[in-house]
Design a protein around this ligand. Structure first.
Ligand SMILES: [Zn+2]
Length: 248
């Protein structure tokens, strides 16, 4: 426990330094530019420079493909509190990108927060076991993701919620009442390395219903644009879409 706490503190410190660096570089105001100093390496840009990209940001985790082995030992995460007071754990680079996305949306008066992000396999197993005892296996299979097969294990899948006129809107049935706001959010995802994961009309490929709030970090804005601009799923982009049998 203390080891992971220490690591978390390091990550948070790195972020603070990174943000301070970014602010310094962005040069707010119109002050005369300082003479350009000798460029120095920025060691804090990566959350942990000793293990850059130790995970595959394009990893496919769905009902057919489990979390790659070794993932949970490799990822670096940050834990933050949302406006509802819940702790949300997110993969470190995905969180930095989320903050950029959030700031970008705020320029348009759109306010989002993180409902949930990472769930460990053991946490999912605990939920699975609890549901099995309470509701039986048939119900559990229908409504709970099989431990190991949820994209939320990656830490790269984020469920957003909205804040509209100062009110948090986080229930699924309420959030779907704002399609224009989601459309604006979706139009900015790719610039920050995110894609919309469960598309309307692609349920037969993703095996999930449309979820405007579930976004997935793929790291590269270029790849994110290739996916979003074509309106395709991650499965299709990776050539991993399960072929539906042709109609007779
Ligand atoms: Zn989700």
């Amino acid at each position: 426990m203390s080891r992971s706490k220490t690591r978390l503190t390091c990550i948070i410190a790195s972020f603070a330094l990174m943000l301070a660096g970014a602010l310094a570089l962005s040069g707010c105001g119109d002050a005369a530019p300082e003479p350009a100093p000798e460029p120095e390496p920025l060691p804090m840009i990566d959350p942990d420079p000793t293990t850059p990209d130790s995970i595959d940001y394009l990893a496919l985790v769905n009902k057919q493909n489990p979390l790659p082995s070794g993932w949970e030992e490799s990822i670096q995460t940050v834990t933050v509190k949302n406006s509802l007071g819940d702790d949300v754990e997110v993969e470190a680079k995905a969180y930095a990108a989320y903050l950029e996305l959030k700031a970008d949306l705020e320029k348009d008066g759109i306010h989002v927060d993180l409902d949930s992000a990472r769930r460990s396999v053991s946490e999912q197993q605990r939920i699975w076991d609890e549901f099995t005892v309470t509701y039986g296996e048939v119900y559990t299979r229908t409504y709970v993701a099989v431990p190991g097969y949820s994209e939320h294990h990656t830490g790269l899948a984020l469920d957003l919620y909205l804040n509209i006129d100062g009110e948090d809107v986080y229930l699924n049935e309420d959030m779907v009442e704002y399609p224009e706001i989601w459309a604006q959010i979706h139009s900015k995802l790719a610039d920050h390395g995110f894609i919309l994961r469960y598309l309307e009309g692609k349920e037969d490929i993703t095996s999930y219903g449309y979820e405007p709030w579930h976004i997935r970090y793929v790291d590269s804005p270029k790849i994110a644009h290739e996916i979003m601009d074509q309106g395709i799923t991650l499965e299709e982009y990776l050539g991993a879409a399960i072929q539906m049998p042709a109609a007779a």
